[in-house]
Each structure stands twice: as C-alpha cells, then as structure tokens.
Design a protein around this ligand. Structure first.
Ligand code: URA
Length: 202
C-alpha cells in the first residue's frame, strides 16, 4: 500500500472517530483529538489523553506536556515530524472547577473503549516501535493495568507490536523539586535515545 493510501485510510478513520460515542467522554469534550503524523512512521508515540489545549486545538501534544515532549525528542535526536503522535484516549476527560477544566484520569472502561481507535491507527501505520508515554498508554497497549517502573526502558513484546514504556511528560511537569525534574527529564531523553537505537538496529 502506498503512503498516500495509508494517509487516506487514516483520514477516513479520523473522520469516523469524530462521531465516536463508544464511551461517555464525547459529551463534555470539544472534539476528538485523533493522532497525527506520517502514515508510514517507524515510531508511534502514544500519550494518555488530550489536555485542555489539545482539546481546543484538535491536535495531540500541543500544550505544556507537548513542549516537554518536543524538547526531549529534540535532545534525543528524534524528529517529531517523523513520528506518528497519538493518545490512548481521544477525548479530554475533565471536571470544571470555576473557569478551569481540570484533567481527570480515564477509567479502565474508557481506555478499553478507545482501544478501538488506537488499533485502527496501529493497523494502518504499523510502526516498528511504539513509545508508550506513561501508565495509561502502557496499560492500554498491554490490555491490563501495569506498574510503569517494572516495565520501563525494556522492549516489550506485545504481539504484534514492540513497545517501549517511559514516563509521561506531564509527570515531569508535576514535579516541584527542580533537581528531581531535571533528573526525570534526563531519564525521558535516555529512554527516547534507547528508542532511536532500537529503530536504527538492523
Ligand atoms: N497529555 C497527553 O497524554 N496527550 C496529549 O495530547 C497532551 C497531554
């Protein structure tokens, strides 16, 4: 299949997803945030769910967590434009507190319901490596809850996919101590370097 055909299939999947009612999250979100990037990308980055900025923009990882991710990718020598970037859950789950919309973690059922769309993206892009950013993405790909520290920086065989689990950029943003923050960021960069080495291996 040519890259244009693959891109066409992704476009169709995104149009279908725009009308998704597979779980209740569509009710309070502005829109579906489908993945974006080359349809034949060797690497797929999977986050948790769109945040406030992503929900408004309709694009994944364009807010503060996206800035951390972009910086880490650049330091690791990975070109974001060459990656397919998506989320385990495609609608923003939140609660309104005054004028703020606060992120809420998706439930197992919501993650499972949205696996339908992640599977569509995976079947089309067929990446050589999936980088799971955080516990929600890793659990979604595993099909069951995982402890991130037990599976981090290993190439997991989740047939037919190879998955590298790492921290979520938002977890770095939440750290208050600047040394801990820097350390967590370095670890993310190292994990992404490891991903790049895997991609380059014959
Ligand atoms: N966090 C995510 O997991 N995904 C995004 O797209 C943005 C923030």
């Amino acid at each position: 299949m040519t890259r244009a055909n693959l891109a066409h299939r992704l476009h169709d999947a995104a149009e279908e997803a725009a009308h998704c009612t597979r779980c209740p999250l569509y009710r309070d979100a502005t829109q579906v945030v489908f993945g974006e990037g080359p349809a034949n990308a060797a690497i797929m980055l999977v986050g948790e769910q769109p945040g406030d900025k992503e929900d408004l923009a309709g694009q994944p990882f364009v807010g503060p967590a996206g800035q951390v991710l972009d910086r880490a990718l650049a330091e690791a020598g990975l070109d974001r434009a060459a990656c397919y970037v998506t989320n385990a859950v495609k609608h923003f789950k939140h609660e309104q507190r005054g004028k703020f919309r606060l992120h809420k973690q998706p439930t197992r059922g919501e993650i499972q319901a949205c696996r339908w769309w992640l599977d569509r993206e995976l079947e089309i892009v067929r990446p050589k490596l999936i980088v799971a950013l955080g516990v929600t993405a890793t659990s979604s790909l595993k099909g069951k809850p995982v402890v991130l520290s037990r599976v981090r920086r290993q190439i997991l065989d989740i047939e037919p996919w190879r998955v590298l689990a790492t921290t979520h950029p938002s977890a770095i943003l939440r750290l208050r101590d600047s040394d801990e923050k820097e350390h967590a960021f370095r670890e993310l960069v190292d994990d992404l370097r490891f991903a790049l080495e895997f991609l380059k291996a014959p």
